[in-house]
Write a protein that binds this ligand. Sequence first.
Ligand SMILES: [Zn+2]
Ligand SMILES: [Zn+2]
Length: 816
Amino acid sequence: MNRQYLLISILGAFLICFNVFASDSNKAPMYFGDFKNLVIPASADKWIRMAADDFSDCFQRATGKELKIIEGANPQDMEGNIFIGNSCSLLKFFPDAGRSKSGIDCYELFADGRNVAVSGINGQGNMYGTYEILRRFGWEFYAPGCERLPTSNNPIPIFQVSVTPVFEQRVIALNFYCYPSIYSLKDCLKLGYSPYSLKESDADMSCSVPPGIGDSDFVRIYGNYYKKIILHNMAFLCPPWLYLKEHPEYYARDSAGKSKMTATTTPNKIKLCLSNPEVFKIVEARLKEWMSQTPNARYYAIVDGDSWDWCECEGCLKMDPPQVDCFPKDRKPQQLSDRMLKFINKLADFVREKYPDKIIVAAAYQSTGQPPLTVNHLASNVRILLCPDYNIGCKCQSHTFACFRNKEFLEYFKKWQHVAGEQLEVFEYPMNYKDIYNPFFSHDGMSKRLSFYQQNGVKGVTYCGQPYLFAELFIYLQGKLMWNPDLDRNKLEDEFLSAFYGSTAPEMKKFLEKIRARVNGDNPVHQSESCAQPSLLNADLVKQGYDIFLKAEKSLPVESPYYQRVKQVKLCGLLWADLNQYITRDDEGRYSHLKELADICRNSGNPQYVTSLTSATGVSMQEWLYKKFQINIKKEKQKAWYDAPEIVELRACSTSAELNDYIKKTKEKIKTQLQSVRRGDKILLPLNGFTVYGTQTSPILNKVGNDKQMVLLLYGQESMATSFILNSIPVLDLNIEIKGLDHDKNGKVPLLVKLNGTVVFDEPNSFSKTQMSDRCLSIPVHLLKKGENKLEIENMGKPAAFENWIMFSSFCIVTK
Ligand SMILES: [Zn+2]
Ligand SMILES: [Zn+2]
């Protein structure tokens, strides 16, 4: 026997290297294709069985040979065995097995040149370890439909390693639109994520399950909606259908004692009165029942409704820190983490004895985002799920907390760390929820944050969805980094791109680098999760982008699997945002890009992909097409927007002449509806007569002061235009009366107003910030024309999430 010492670089954070006894060097080397038996213990659980099935399936596809599965017995052969899970036969071959495991999901791997073995701390550890063994023979899983098989002639190596993931909880919640149907629970496990699923059929595998599983009343009343509740589950813990009518005091009330909850409040918005002792008893009983029905689950989120409607009863106010006004008149409720923790700590104490391994997860979110002032400890079975969103000072998701826009959040993080110590998890917002197809690039920022979390002892990370631009890359890379944030990101990215985009990987990398340069470059773009207008694209980048995609598409046959993937990047990185934000302005360009958008959706083969497009900006596709393209389609159930006759006609245009005919015809149909209205000496310019070059294209009903009005809204760098007819040129200058409202932040939004192409106003606006106010602009008579006159208004402010907007409720030209 030769004694060899090996140093092995591996995935996990904790690496233990042993001296390894190698097999006889005189024997012929053995290869992956030489495996004969797969050995599992007699008591193998579902995780080990799943891993064994996957291994033998992969072996069969790679070698054409079958593995013999041996259950609970010693293999006859002394070599060519794969052991999954701890058993006596494993110990015969690898006596060191089981000595160095610690921590959730950890595993040891052994290989002696003739046999390999996985020994996990539990079933899940065995499963992750089995996938890692496969990787060492060349296998990789990049995304559904994109897998690399091992090869027969990969030699069986010699090693012994122990791997523990950096984060215990590694969740990606792909519950947004199309991705849940693309990635199964098993796919996520192969990528290294924790078992998390909202599907009932996955309930016994998921580490945290939505409430309602096993409660037929709850499912009956809320239908499928219960799955969407996920975290905000007070409607499950104290059901309104049982108590609201007779005990309105169980639920959040205002300071006059009136209930803030009604029978129609959606279940994820239900908020409780946390000071009511009867509420506590009900919640405790239902939580215990939930725990007893889900023996495999470990994490139980207990999070109040997703709204600002906190209880203002005397008892609840007493739970808040006395030195703070938690319900300020002019702002949202704040500093409510003290009351939340008093409730959660007590609840945790009451369930610990019966369920010592189960963990209660409480969210530091919105009003509970600020760390507590009077509570300074956490029960040992509680985790704080800190949510770095806009409301608690994390205003940029493109960068780490070193970004100046995240300064406030970093302070909160430090204080929470002080209270929660190592009982801290985070809930990340890596995408834009207002407009999912607008390019959003959080990839690098999120990767770097994982290193920050590792350094600060954070126990778990949950991604609330994924950015749609390079979504599969994000899902793949983050799965790896959650095991070890120190991995070479660039190398993994290149490997992924080449596997997923084939020969067009260099073009995709080029486009990715252009986006990356916008986010990480000299004049960085900061993106927030709920910004209606993520400003990643500009005219230059759009032009360069179309060139890159043209080259990539030309090099691929249409039937290639890479072709659709490239088109998908184009849709989420370029097309949708270009059309939505009017970056390409000429009609022929816009309508030909719309034709391409329709073709991509038509050919995507995933109907969910297309439906999600309709809800991408919160407006229906019908409205979007009308406002942006003056295409008036009828809404038909069962029919996708791209199958409407008007769109079929557009898709049939194959020459520039045909397209221009189509545009002309479409615009003529609509023109008569957009005329200005003359009343005596006044010409009213109706709001829906404006073409808005921006994200909020149509007039919307918006809260202004105490009531609601129809308004047009312009964000930074957006503009709008309309025209009006003059029958003769007036003798004197004209006045335009405008009703408008400036944004509620500091500073005045700069406005630019042009008449017939000439600037008539270019300075900060003087509208009120609290109510609609009138301003009058004078138009010099020499700029006016007989016939059609064009009025343009541009918001010169920078694009931003909740600021630099301006809204208008009426325009009127006074001719005398
Ligand atoms: Zn209360
Ligand atoms: Zn930033």
